[in-house]
Design a protein. Structure first.
Length: 43
């Protein structure tokens, strides 16, 4: 499955019919984090 993005004014190199001149996404990373802290001496 190919993923493409399109930004106004920035031409890409994609040649797929529906996404000509779009940018090929070659890598994507996504993450979620949640910080947890406790008061010293408590349980």
């Amino acid at each position: 499955m190919a993923i493409y993005v399109n930004y106004d004014g920035i031409p890409g190199e994609a040649t797929q019919q529906d996404h000509t001149k779009w940018i090929d996404v070659l890598s994507l990373s996504w993450g979620v984090g949640r910080g947890i802290s406790t008061v010293s001496g408590s349980t």
